[in-house]
Design a protein around this ligand. Structure first.
Ligand SMILES: *Cc1c(COP(=O)(O)O)cnc(C)c1O
Length: 388
């Protein structure tokens, strides 16, 4: 058997044909397929507007900018996330701070958030934005976070990079009922892919318009948005803001359009795989992912926790032993504030205790729709041998 990765894409012939069709068409970028993909995503997740970009990192950046994040502002997020969730605040000149995780869901803890908000209010340092991350595809307690947003006056960006296809209280993640903007990633390890790619969805027309402008240099060609100029001069477009080139290509969107048709079946397959892990790993001295009853996870990841007090093997030993038998397990994630770059900002070891505990125990085992029964058997047997 070849090495089993922890995640991988599922591309079929229809996906390939769709990309080739674009290659033969008139437009490789700024054509009709990106808007079609945006509509498909908006419809799927019941959002009013969808803005396609070249990565979730870009989507997070322009989401922060559209919500007015700048110098002097603070953005809060979970420490157990990919660094991009925090970096977007720094791109805007803002500061970033971290709220510890819930020990059961591994998502940002609403209790900890509330405590931290009360303290921050006393010293006048409330966050402008909070970015909850639907870790592993399991939705955060959005109703709780939204209620605190109303009380303390912060805006919310959902980092749903792991969670397209997930549901919260029976409604699709991305409907942004409890947030201002929701961001998706289409990197190949995520639930659906466009190679590289991302999307920001929102129900706020003004935010959508700003994000469309920011993804393409801050340029407009809508006459109504243009500044008055002499009528004998040629002004077919104007730059009215400082934006970026964060556009998605037509090739990427064509791939995405094919992928979204299979999204539900991908997530169902991930549920089947997680169900088998649940059944067959439950006797081992590890914790398996607990699911909140409000949540229908997209199961981007399936992290087991190697409990140092229960198991003879450490996280590191299991990691190395699995690598040695060609099974890629991985750690998602090192707390962001422990990264050397963040340490230079003054963050210290132990800042968020539940996050650090998670970091010392968690290992994501392979999880992707094309994982075969035989491969999963191999993974389960290897874990049993190591841990019993
Ligand atoms: C993958 C990921 C991102 C970044 O996505 P890109 O599309 O690679 O930029 C951001 N946040 C989280 C939680 C992620 O997993």
């Amino acid at each position: 058997m070849n090495r089993i990765p922890y995640g991988r894409q599922d591309i079929n012939q229809a996906d390939i044909d769709a990309v080739i069709e674009v290659l033969r068409s008139d437009f490789l970028t700024q054509g009709p397929v990106v808007p079609a993909f945006e509509s498909a995503i908006a419809e799927y997740c019941k959002a009013q507007h969808a803005v396609a970009v070249n990565s979730a990192t870009s989507a997070l950046h322009i989401s922060c900018l559209a919500l007015g994040v700048g110098k002097g502002d603070v953005v809060w997020t979970s420490p157990i996330t990919f660094v991009a969730t925090a970096n977007c605040a720094l791109y805007c000149g803002a500061k970033v701070d971290f709220v510890d995780i819930d020990p059961l869901t591994y998502n940002l803890s609403v209790e900890k958030l509330k405590e931290k908000l009360i303290e921050a209010k006393k010293i006048g340092k409330l966050p402008k934005i909070v970015i909850p991350v639907h870790l592993c595809g399991q939705p955060c307690d959005m109703a709780g976070i939204h209620a605190l947003g109303q009380q303390f006056g912060f805006k919310i960006i959902e980092d749903a990079s792991h969670a397209i296809g997930a549901k919260y209280k029976d409604e699709p993640i991305g409907n942004s009922r409890y947030s201002d903007i929701t961001v998706f990633s289409f990197h190949p390890v995520k639930i659906i892919t466009t190679g590289e790619g991302g999307m920001a969805v929102t129900n706020d027309e003004t935010l959508a318009k700003q994000m469309r402008s920011l993804r393409s240099h801050g340029i407009t060609n809508f006459p109504a948005d243009m500044h008055p100029r002499p009528s004998d001069e040629i002004w077919n477009y104007q730059q009215i803001d400082l934006g970026f080139n964060y556009r998605m290509t037509e090739l990427q969107a064509a791939l995405g359009l094919g992928q979204i048709q299979r999204l539900d079946s991908f997530v169902e397959k991930r549920h089947q795989i997680s169900q088998r892990y649940n059944n067959e790993l439950s006797g081992l001295p590890i914790d398996i992912p607990w699911q909140h009853p409000d949540s229908y996870s997209a199961y981007h990841l399936y992290p087991i926790r190697v409990k140092n007090n229960k198991s003879a093997k450490t996280q590191r030993q299991v990691y190395e032993a699995m690598q040695a038998v060609k099974i890629n397990v991985n750690l998602h994630y090192i707390p962001v504030y422990r990264q050397p770059f963040y340490e230079t900002m003054g963050f210290k070891v132990g800042y968020c205790s539940s996050a650090e505990q998670y970091y010392k125990e968690a290992l994501s085992v392979p999880m992707y729709p094309t994982l075969t029964d035989a491969e999963q058997s191999k993974i389960i047997c290897a874990l049993r041998e190591m841990l019993v």
